[in-house]
Design a protein around this ligand. Structure first.
Ligand code: E4P
Length: 214
């Protein structure tokens, strides 16, 4: 399973990249809005910091402006993936961009039939949101498993990018279900390292070592 950072914060991204664990980055307008600076410059800086796909989302919803904005984003860097919402105009734009070899991620996917349509339009990635479904008492991982089953049935090549992962158990669920990619906020990424027995074990080893030296 590839691991992406779900953030537009350059320091968080550099920090995770320095550990050698970063396969890519996802952003969305809400994440970019938290950062200082101009949108395209933020995305260009992220592309320089990451050796992998960087997902950037246009904000236009009409087909023409969405396509124009998407093509401009794709010109920022060869690693840009355009992230387009799951709406009819989005899928039409996805088809056109995909035919021109611009990779597209269809985002805001909340059920498996939406994901079926994404694969049929030639999307390179589909982004099901687990956490936001859990928020409304649906079971996000069940949707993810359904999508994986459907994509296996028809050998679709669209990569499944599990998103809206809010805690380590969401990462576990994504990995057990077989998501291609999990995109993880920096806080959750750091939580993945932690186990009290690891910390206690290190303390005991070092303390035994010190005692033996005396
Ligand atoms: C990433 O692609 C999504 O935009 C993000 O994971 C959404 O997360 P949230 O539901 O916690 O805002």
């Amino acid at each position: 399973m590839k691991i992406y950072a779900d953030t537009a914060n350059i320091e968080e991204i550099k920090n995770i990249a320095a550990m050698g664990l970063l396969d890519g980055v996802t952003t969305n307008p809400s994440l970019v809005a938290k950062e200082k600076g101009e949108f395209k410059e933020i995305m260009a800086n992220i592309c320089e910091a990451v050796n992998g796909p960087v997902h950037a989302e246009p904000v236009s919803l009409e087909a023409g402006p969405m396509e124009k904005e998407s093509r401009e984003l794709a010109e920022i860097h060869k690693n840009i993936v355009v992230k387009i919402p799951m709406i009819p105009t989005g899928l039409a734009v996805c088809k056109k961009l995909s035919q021109d070899d611009i990779p597209v991620n269809i985002t805001l996917v909340f059920n498996a039939t939406q994901a079926l349509l994404c694969a049929k339009t030639g999307a390179a990635y589909v982004t099901p949101f687990l956490g936001r479904l859990d928020d409304i008492s649906n079971i996000g991982v069940e949707m993810l498993s359904d999508i994986i089953q459907i994509y296996e049935n028809y050998a679709f090549e669209t990569e499944i990018l599990a998103a809206s992962l809010r805690h380590p158990v969401h990462v576990l669920e994504a990995a057990l279900a077989g998501a291609d990619i999990a995109t993880i906020p920096a806080k959750v990424f750091h939580q993945l390292f932690k186990h009290p027995l690891t910390d206690r074990g290190i303390e005991a080893f070092l303390s035994d070592w010190e005692k033996a030296k005396k």
